[in-house]
Ligand binder design. Sequence first.
Ligand code: SF4
Ligand code: SF4
Length: 77
Amino acid sequence: MSGATEEKFRVEIISDECKGCLRCVNACPREVIVPTDQVNMMGVVYVEYADEGCIGCGACFYACPEPGAITVYEKKK
Ligand code: SF4
Ligand code: SF4
């Protein structure tokens, strides 16, 4: 690693499980979950993780009504 701050958390969103309700987007204090401009197999616009900035608070996970759509991982060293 040189220079850049290492991310401690990783957020995985299964696009085909997402119903596009945006609860996670509204719940995230860091605004690092964002809507895409793509639709999933259910025809809804899904969201994605911006790939950096997550602090691991879990708010997105608890806000999501779809079990398994969002998982927050703590990265191992
Ligand atoms: S765990 Fe918290 S900071 Fe990370 S994406 Fe979810 S709501 Fe945002
Ligand atoms: S809360 Fe869950 S279902 Fe709603 S937009 Fe976020 S990932 Fe999709």
